[in-house]
Design a protein around this ligand. Structure first.
Ligand code: ATP
Ligand code: MG
Ligand code: MG
Length: 378
């Protein structure tokens, strides 16, 4: 089997690494250079999209902000999973919200904004504070504003108008209620062509400046897991979804509210490489290649630490049992996702102890907020 991934970043790379032992070849279409590459070696195959599509059995995606012409061409091949619709829903907060309402899955109150008057109205309909998010192209907290007071409407809207003017014609803003969450969690699940669904244990996530910094599992009661599984099943079934799908939630006093969807493998599922029987990358490939799904059972408690903007970790980390480094082979840039570290242990107490040993090796400056976040594991 040959799988072509739209996007040639670390997610395609980890799919390729997971596919190798199964004899699944993964190629990646780099949407910036318009060429097909090997996602690990970055060898250039000198193929354009049409040749890449012709040459593969299945097309999939590692991100949801795919240019329209590429989406349409991929869909027309009949090889694209989870397919154009799921990617469009994941890439446009308006469609995402409509879908959540249609399948009756709880999410934060919202209003789509076109004008300043709409924003004014949102402050009375929804209340303050509000989070204002761009409908398209949002990731890592980019394209977001916080409105705390009605006095700031003019200033905030002026910034948004500049942003909208520089954005695509189809861009808009979505105002969302500020959710007073107790914590953020996500669920990663997989659905195959026959409609079978398998869901990993809920993961708890900590963000620093809008970017994921720490995830760990297990992190929820059976009751909360059931809420997540129900939401996953409703959404995946409605989309006739094939592949791995991630759902981010706010946990508000034991009730899950959906924050957003990611129609792909997800950063908060990287722990499955060491903590689950079959990792999210392999399960995604199994689903899109129409192989039986692998177990999503947790085999040992596991945490994941993102390596952001730095390209060095003390090699003593390798000496810690259960600690696994995953570098993405990228050039260093401030804030860039350069790799991650999984820490797995036989039980939660051991996990916390091992995570603390790892954190002692990581400079606070490169890993801000991690020590505080790890306290919450206890
Ligand atoms: P991602 O990289 O996860 O795709 P994104 O840019 O799509 O990020 P969101 O997940 O919508 O952004 O928001 C980023 C973070 O901002 C959330 O993880 C959460 O911490 C905070 N946040 C977003 N929306 C709300 C909200 N309505 N109430 C409270 N906090 C919020
Ligand atoms: Mg997002
Ligand atoms: Mg998010």
């Amino acid at each position: 089997m040959k799988v072509l991934v739209l996007g040639a970043g670390q997610l395609a790379r980890m799919m390729a690494l997971a596919g190798a032992p199964l004899g699944i070849q993964v190629h990646a279409y780099d949407v910036r250079s318009h060429t097909v590459v090997h996602p690990v070696t970055l060898q250039d195959y000198q193929q354009d999209l049409a040749a890449g599509i012709n040459d593969c059995d299945v097309i999939t995606a590692e991100f949801e902000h795919i240019p329209n012409d590429i989406l349409v061409e991929s869909q027309a091949s009949g090889k694209f999973l989870p397919g154009e619709r799921a990617i469009r829903v994941g890439g446009d907060r308006r469609l995402e919200k409509q879908l959540l309402d249609r399948v009756d899955v709880a999410n934060a109150k919202y209003k789509v904004l076109a004008t300043k008057a709409d924003l004014q109205q949102a402050t009375t309909e929804i209340g303050l504070p509000l989070v204002l998010k761009s409908a398209l192209e949002g990731y890592d907290g980019k394209g977001q504003w916080r409105l705390k007071s009605a006095d700031d409407i003019d200033t905030v809207w002026a910034e948004i108008e500049t942003f909208l003017a520089e954005s695509s014609a189809n861009q808009a803003m979505v105002a969302e209620e500020w959710v007073p969450f107790d914590r953020e969690v996500s669920v990663i699940g997989v659905r195959n062509r026959a409609g079978d669904v398998s869901v990993y244990p809920i993961t708890q996530n900590h963000h620093e400046n809008g970017v994921l910094s720490l995830s760990y599992a297990p992190a929820a009661s059976a009751e909360l897991q059931q809420q997540a599984v129900d939401a996953f099943s409703k959404i995946a079934t409605e989309l006739d979804y094939v592949g791995v799908l991630a759902i981010e939630f706010f946990d508000v006093k034991g009730t899950l509210l959906v924050n957003e969807l990611a129609p792909r493998v997800h950063n908060s599922g990287h722990w499955t490489q060491q903590g689950a029987d079959v990792c999210q990358f392999e399960n995604h490939l199994r689903a899109v290649c129409d192989l039986p799904l692998g177990s999503t059972e947790l085999v040992r408690p596991t945490a994941m630490v993102n390596i952001l903007g730095c390209d060095y970790v003390d090699s003593a980390a390798h000496a810690l049992a259960g600690v696994h480094l995953h570098w993405y082979g990228k050039d260093k840039r401030a804030g860039r996702k350069m790799g991650h570290i999984n820490v797995a242990a036989s039980d939660q107490e051991q996990l916390l102890a091992q995570l603390n040993r790892l954190l002692a090796l990581l400079p606070e400056g490169d890993f801000p907020g991690l020590k505080d976040a790890s306290q919450k594991l206890a």
